[in-house]
Design a binder for this molecule. Structure first.
Ligand code: SAH
Length: 275
């Protein structure tokens, strides 16, 4: 999905600035997988992304007046939805300056500017005081980051004791060969995709008590079909926004990503409490 091979924070920002119009054409303003309840398939990718967000909101358990940190806020859709549905205040941080501006506009369009703030910055050095948040979530952002332990320690610092953390992340199974790993990391502009087994150690080593680790792999895999179908339905628009070559390359690469991911990618949602 990108020519970048080294996922530096700057490369991640450039990747999103380049690929965002594509996702806006084929899906929604969310940059994450879709969620399908057990036994269900079908429906649009965009709808499944919204179901995913609703599930995360429920699992985070935020309440009116709470102060929530969104680590890797993307285009601000999940944060805006969270603020709308719970009455909390959300501060989002993203490595892309353009995304921060897009997120501000999205929140303003939904009259949520009073409850949301978005800024550009690196999650490895959070511009917030210690103990200033009640909850934090990182939705599909940690796999991009060069030093996840450093980021989680930063998140622990800015949460107050007992504050909750929710992480949704792509993981690799032990079936992944070194070639699979490097292909998926390259495709997702990931610095390091870890295994589900490594996550509890990472969480505990960075100042948290693990609550639960949910394996939702079977509920997100339909994303691969749904995205391919969405692209098919929007070929003309994608061509217009990008080029014939982009469309062909993305379809070819998506087929290979799908095959590899079905074999060795997993997806986990982790909840934890700041010790
Ligand atoms: N959580 C959003 C976006 C997911 S895309 C959603 O679910 O829609 C991944 C996000 O992580 C992007 O916003 C990207 O800018 C952000 N990100 C990646 N590396 C980062 C870093 N080092 N610091 C802050 N944000 C980062």
């Amino acid at each position: 999905m990108t020519a970048e091979s080294k996922a530096t924070p700057e490369a991640v920002a450039r990747h999103y600035d380049y690929i965002t119009p594509f996702y806006e054409i084929i899906a929604s303003r969310s940059l994450h997988f879709g969620y399908w309840p057990p036994g269900e398939t079908g429906g649009s990718f965009g709808e499944a992304q919204q179901r995913f967000t609703e599930l995360m909101i429920k699992l985070l358990g935020s309440q009116k007046g709470h102060h929530v940190l969104d680590v890797g806020c993307g285009l601000g859709e999940p944060a805006t939805r969270l603020a709308q549905s719970t009455g909390c205040r959300v501060e989002g941080i993203t490595i892309s300056p353009r995304q921060a501006a897009q997120a501000e506009r999205w929140a303003s369009l939904h009259e949520m500017s009073g409850q949301t703030t978005f800024r550009c910055g690196d999650a490895a050095a959070l511009p917030f005081a210690a103990g200033s948040f009640d909850e934090a979530w990182a939705l599909e952002s940690l796999f991009h980051m060069p030093d996840q332990a450093k980021v989680l320690r930063e998140v622990a610092r800015v949460l107050h004791p007992g504050g909750r953390l929710l992480v949704a992340d792509i993981v690799l199974s032990d079936k992944a060969t070194p070639e699979d790993r490097s292909f998926l990391q390259h495709s997702f502009v990931a610095r390091s995709i870890i295994t589900a087994e490594d996550y509890p150690y990472l969480i505990r080593d960075t100042g948290f008590e693990l609550e639960q680790i949910l394996d939702i792999t079977p509920n997100v895999l339909e994303t691969f079909n749904a995205l391919a179908t969405a692209v098919q339905g929007k070929e003309a628009e994608v061509r217009r926004a990008y080029s014939d070559e982009f469309l062909a390359a993305i379809q070819e690469q998506w087929a290979r990503i799908t095959e590899t991911a079905r074999r060795c990618m997993g997806y986990v949602v982790i909840t934890a409490k700041r010790s």
